[in-house]
Design a binder for this molecule. Structure first.
Ligand code: ASP
Length: 326
């Protein structure tokens, strides 16, 4: 090869490299934006996600906004007294108070959250109002209730007879184990993509049954229980919240997707970090669910049993997640 030719090749490669570098480092969003999926889809954790997805699909299938879809979707779970870990009918804390946590994020990266709110059936709608009507992200406890009541929400008793009886039964031994086994976690985390290709997310729960008064889990914390970056994707978590908070779980899933990981690999990496950090993983379940800008879905959990509901134009169905401890 002549010196001239090899120099020409070198220059061409260098020019390509310098042109490509800012694209990869500074503008990864552009890469994603070019291949945005615009076929609506909604996913949500656990089997109560089936009914919630129908509510969300009602919005998405009419060309509605993903933010409205996730709010309408998880309201169904919150309002169902038979779901004992979200909204009305939830198990109380150890002193008998039903306290709820919820957060929401829209396609612009705006977010709102309420934590330890009592007597309000649909905390997700209060969280949305915090996002849209206040300069704040998060309201807690009495202040969150006061804000809800001032904005037209009704004060209701959330402790159903059944939940109260079960709590009284629990009081006989008051044995509290700060663990979650694979049968009893039921936070609903939901991610939706609309026909504009915009992603929003919602997360709502009563947290751990018989928790300490004042305990918050990951679910109302932006970046832990939920995170959405409309240029990359979204993620949500379920399981023992303390472990998710320690790793900034949902934020980390989204950041790993930003760096090029597919949604399942990103969820798997974060589950791996939790497993490396926590001592008693036999008694601990955590699951992540994620969607990227291309509409690809992924999930991963520590143990078997984590599943999610997925609704797109082909219908609504349950999908079993892959998991680490086989
Ligand atoms: N992540 C929730 C919490 O720790 C519980 C759950 O998903 O089951 O409050």
């Amino acid at each position: 090869m002549s010196i001239k030719k090899s120099r020409r090749e070198f220059l061409a490669k260098t020019l390509f490299a310098t042109a490509a570098t800012p694209l990869l480092v500074g503008k990864t969003n552009k890469l994603f934006a070019n291949s945005t999926n615009t076929t609506p889809i909604v996913i949500s954790t656990w089997d109560h996600g089936m009914a919630a997805n129908v509510g969300a699909w009602n919005v998405l299938s009419k060309g509605g906004r993903s933010l409205d879809a996730v709010e309408q979707g998880v309201r169904i779970t919150e309002s169902d007294p038979n779901v004992t870990t979200v909204g009305l009918g939830s198990a109380p804390d150890r002193e008998g108070h039903v306290t709820l946590d919820a957060c929401i994020m829209n396609e612009y990266g705006d977010c709102g959250s309420v934590a330890a709110i009592e007597n309000i059936v649909n905390p997700i709608s209060v969280a949305r109002m915090v996002m849209e009507k206040t300069p704040h992200v998060m309201l807690v406890g009495e202040g969150a209730l006061q804000f809800a009541l001032a904005n037209g929400f009704k004060k209701e008793n959330l402790l159903t007879e059944k939940a109260e009886q079960e709590w009284k039964e629990w009081l006989k031994t008051s044995q509290y184990k700060p663990i979650i086994n694979i049968e009893n976690h039921d936070t609903i985390g939901m991610l939706a993509m609309d026909s504009q290709g915009n992603i929003s997310g919602a997360c709502t729960t009563s947290g751990l049954a018989y928790k300490m008064r004042g305990r918050l889990g990951d679910s109302p914390i932006i970046g832990a229980g939920l995170y959405v970056d409309n240029e990359v994707g979204g993620a949500c978590a379920t399981g023992l919240g303390e472990t998710v908070i320690r790793q900034c779980g949902s934020f980390l899933v989204v950041e790993l997707m930003r760096q090029g990981m597919d949604p399942t690999s990103a969820c798997k990496e974060v589950v791996g970090r939790i497993m490396r950090h926590e001592k008693n993983i036999q008694d601990l379940q955590v699951g992540f669910l994620a969607i990227n800008k291309q509409g690809v879905i992924g999930s991963y959990a520590i143990h078997a049993g984590f599943n999610y509901a997925k609704h797109d134009k082909s219908g609504n169905k349950m999908v079993d997640s892959d998991f680490a401890l086989k």
